[in-house]
Write a protein that binds this ligand. Structure first.
Ligand SMILES: [Zn+2]
Length: 169
């Protein structure tokens, strides 16, 4: 998946699992923030799904977050990372490339590609974009219907407008 799907999935994880938002949202993008530059810029790996899209990276980073930020943030990280890998696994059955979850403990015949944003997006087939769109719309609908999340934004926006009117008068 790409950004909207990963953010939507992280949001749904915080709603369903009541996990720490910072940990969940930080982890929801972490594997891509590591693996895409390693592949796209440095060309050190055969594809953009290693080394961070693996159980080893998931476990090591969760342990590091637990030591650094405590249990709540680590639970959020664990959930956000897991949701990212699950979304990419769903996607991997609709597009070229796979997850190599047990790398480097298991040998895989690896997919070679993509080398940048354009070639990465070119790998997306309509079925995976439909899944991404549906997940994003579901999260947006739940967010808009949620009393606490959407109301916080509405309250902030209206107080900003009152402040702007007050400042201009
Ligand atoms: Zn990913």
């Amino acid at each position: 998946m790409i950004l909207p799907g990963h953010v939507a999935a992280a949001y749904l994880a915080t709603r369903l699992l009541h996990t720490d938002r910072l940990g969940t949202f930080a982890a929801c993008m972490f594997p891509d923030l590591v693996d895409k530059p390693v592949r796209w810029l440095l060309r050190r790996t055969p594809n953009d799904r290693i080394p961070a899209h693996t159980a080893l990276a998931w476990a090591l980073t969760t342990a590091a977050v637990w030591r650094w930020r405590g249990t709540d943030c680590a639970r959020g990280w664990l959930a956000g990372y897991g949701v990212h890998l699950a979304c990419d696994e769903v996607n991997a059955h609709r597009n070229p490339g796979r997850l190599y979850l047990w790398w480097p403990l298991k040998r895989y015949e690896m997919h070679v590609g993509p080398t940048g944003l354009q070639s990465s997006l070119a790998d997306f087939r309509p079925a995976s974009l439909a899944v991404e769109g549906a997940l994003t719309l579901l999260a947006a609908a739940i967010w808009l219907a949620s009393d606490d999340d959407a109301a916080t934004i509405r309250t902030r926006a209206s107080s900003d407008m009152r402040g702007a009117r007050h400042a201009s008068s």
